[in-house]
Ligand binder design. Structure first.
Ligand code: 13P
Length: 245
C-alpha cells in the first residue's frame, strides 16, 4: 500500500512574512493522513525548518547540485547543505529547470544520484511538451527522461519519487484528465518495475494545475500516488484541501 504524498513547490514565490503566514495557517489546518512536504525558495529553508520541525510536515529544495559536499561551484547548493537544514526531498529535473537552465537528462540523473548519496530523496520530474504530446511522443519522451535516471541509479531508483508533470499542464489551468495521467503513470511504473521490484511501492506523483476540485479524481487513479503542486500550494486552504483529497 503506497501512502499518498503531496509536495508543494513554491517556485520563486514568497517572502519571510508570507512564509510565516502560509505555514502557520497550514499547520493550523493539519494534520493529514497523507505525507506532506513543501519546497520553498532556498533563502527561506532555515525559516521553514524552524517553523515545521516536529510538525510532521517535511521540506526540501526545488533543485540540488550534481556536485557533492563543498567546492568552487558558484550559485550551487549541495545535498549535504540541504541535509544540514533537515531537508527530506529535492526536486530534480523540473521542466522549468530543463527549459530555463538547459538541464538535460544526464545532469538531472547526476543530481538525483548526488541527492541520494546524502540521504536526500530526489523527486525526479518527467513530462512532455504540448508539441511532443500532439506528435504522439509522450511515452518516448518521459521514458527517455526516466531511463537516464534508472541508468544512473541502478536498483537505487527504487528510493526516488517520480513526478509526471506534462509541461502543457503546468501553470496553465489545463490538467491532464485522470485517464491521461493514469495511462502515463502506469507505463512509467512498468518501466520502473523492469529495473526493480521496489517499483511496486514507489510513489509516482502527478503535477500540473492540480487544484482542490480535481485532486481527488486524479489521486483516485491506481498509479497516481499524490501530487506536486505549484500555484495551489501558495494558498493554505487550497493546499490543505489537496492534502485531504
Ligand atoms: P502548477 O500547479 O502551478 O500548475 O505547477 C505545477 C508544478 O510545476 C509543480 O512542480
Amino acid at each position: 500500500m503506497r501512502k499518498t504524498l503531496v509536495v508543494g513547490n513554491w517556485k520563486m514565490n514568497g517572502s519571510k512574512a508570507q512564509t510565516e503566514a502560509l505555514l502557520s495557517e497550514l499547520l493550523a489546518l493539519g494534520p493529514w493522513s497523507s505525507d506532506v512536504a513543501v519546497c520553498p525558495p532556498l533563502p527561506y529553508l532555515a525559516q521553514v525548518q524552524a517553523l515545521l520541525q516536529g510538525s510532521g510536515v517535511m521540506w526540501g529544495g526545488q533543485d540540488v547540485s550534481a556536485h557533492n559536499g563543498q567546492g568552487a561551484y558558484t550559485g550551487e547548493v549541495s545535498a549535504t547543505m540541504l541535509k544540514d537544514f533537515g531537508a527530506t526531498y529535492a526536486i530534480v529535473g523540473h521542466s522549468e529547470r530543463r527549459t530555463y537552465h538547459a538541464e538535460n537528462d544526464q545532469l538531472v540523473a547526476a543530481k538525483a544520484k548526488a541527492a541520494l548519496a546524502q540521504g536526500i530523496v530526489p523527486i525526479v520530474c518527467v513530462g512532455e511538451t504540448r508539441a511532443e504530446r500532439e506528435a504522439g511522443h509522450t511515452d518516448a519522451v518521459v521514458q527517455r527522461q526516466l531511463g537516464a535516471a534508472i541508468r544512473s541509479l541502478g536498483a537505487r531508483i527504487g528510493e526516488v519519487v517520480v513526478a509526471y508533470e506534462p509541461v502543457w499542464a503546468i501553470g496553465t489551468g489545463l490538467t491532464a484528465t485522470p485517464e491521461q495521467a493514469q495511462a502515463v503513470h502506469a507505463r512509467l511504473r512498468q518501466q520502473l518495475l523492469a529495473a526493480t521490484p521496489a517499483a511496486a511501492q514507489m510513489r509516482i506523483l502527478y503535477g500540473g494545475s492540480v487544484k482542490p476540485d480535481n485532486a481527488a479524481q486524479l489521486f483516485a487513479q491506481p498509479d497516481i500516488d499524490g501530487g506536486l503542486i505549484g500555484g495551489a500550494a501558495l494558498k493554505a486552504s487550497d493546499f490543505d484541501a489537496i492534502c485531504r483529497a
